[in-house]
Design a protein around this ligand. Structure first.
Ligand code: SF4
Length: 281
């Protein structure tokens, strides 16, 4: 099969990964592939097809939502009998760009008319880890980027110096994409209107772990009023994704004594990312 025919292999693989991750959230870890797609994937690595690529930060590890070709995919005699499944038209990064474009135009709640800039979120479209805060603050509202003020600097230190990964390798966003006036707590109606954007972002990314930053983000997403001291120290389930809670960096700037507890939370997240533990949710 000539892999240069009509279709970019890289685009195909990205599309298949996006489809697999989209299908896998909250479902058993297998997905059926069309004969055509399976044959193309099986051809990868064969001499004369595609040279081996070095691992990069864009490499997608779909576990725990692993991709498995169906047994039928290995039976070439059946290839002519099966119709190819429709592939998604967009990759994860394109889906995230589309969501960001929608967010910048959104006025589903009153915050849309009050913002300087919407803050959809930023980071790796295939990130294993997604940090979710409460809502943009003044600095974020000015720049249209999440966690860019002093608190953002501390979060960056946690990621880069603590976890020893690049900030660009994770995805960072908030429950609300627009700043509430005076940094007040989001109200339930705003959350109801805005949370679907977060769900779509998570569906596109398919992370292994979500880390909620602060009590409000955790309580909002878990639909609970439990205090953060009870939410920390345990794994939770957010739409089938392991969910860990730690303190908001802004809180840590005011209460540096709790940095030690945050580091304990982050280490648990790192154990889950490395596969050392499998969170029970
Ligand atoms: S906060 Fe969310 S729902 Fe409200 S206007 Fe902004 S993007 Fe839309």
């Amino acid at each position: 099969m000539d892999l240069n025919d009509n279709m970019s292999l890289e685009t195909l693989i990205n599309d298949v990964i996006a489809l697999a991750k989209s299908e896998a959230i909250g479902k058993p870890p297998t997905i059926r592939l069309s004969q055509e797609t399976a044959a193309l994937l099986l051809a990868v690595g064969e001499p004369g097809t595609v040279p081996p690529q070095p691992a990069t930060t864009e490499t997608v590890d779909a576990a725990p939502h692993a991709i498995a070709a169906s047994p039928a995919a290995a039976r070439p005699e059946e290839e002519q009998e099966m119709k190819p499944a429709a592939l998604p038209a967009t990759s994860s990064s394109e889906i995230l760009k589309d969501i960001a474009a929608e967010v910048t135009q959104c006025e589903k709640c009153p915050l849309g008319a009050q913002r300087q800039n919407a803050v959809p979120g930023e980071g790796n479209a295939h990130a294993s880890l997604v940090f979710v805060g409460e809502a943009p603050g003044a600095s974020e509202d000015r720049q249209g980027r999440p966690f860019v003020g002093r608190a953002g600097g501390l979060l960056t230190d946690i990621i880069v110096k603590g976890m020893e990964i690049k900030r660009e390798d994770v995805f960072i966003c908030n429950v609300l994409k627009c700043r509430p006036p005076g940094n007040r707590t989001p109200n339930p109606e705003e959350v109801t209107q805005c949370e679907p954007y977060l769900l779509r972002q998570l569906e596109a990314i398919g992370p292994k772990v979500i880390c909620a930053l602060g009590a409000t983000a955790a309580q909002t997403l878990l639909k609970t009023t439990e205090p953060i001291k009870r939410l920390r120290g345990a794994w939770h389930n957010y739409h089938g994704i392991p969910f860990r809670v730690t303190y908001h960096p802004a809180y840590l700037l005011r209460n540096p004594v709790d940095k030690k507890k945050t580091w304990e939370d982050i280490q648990e997240v790192m154990r889950a990312l490395s596969g050392e533990i499998t969170p029970e949710i």
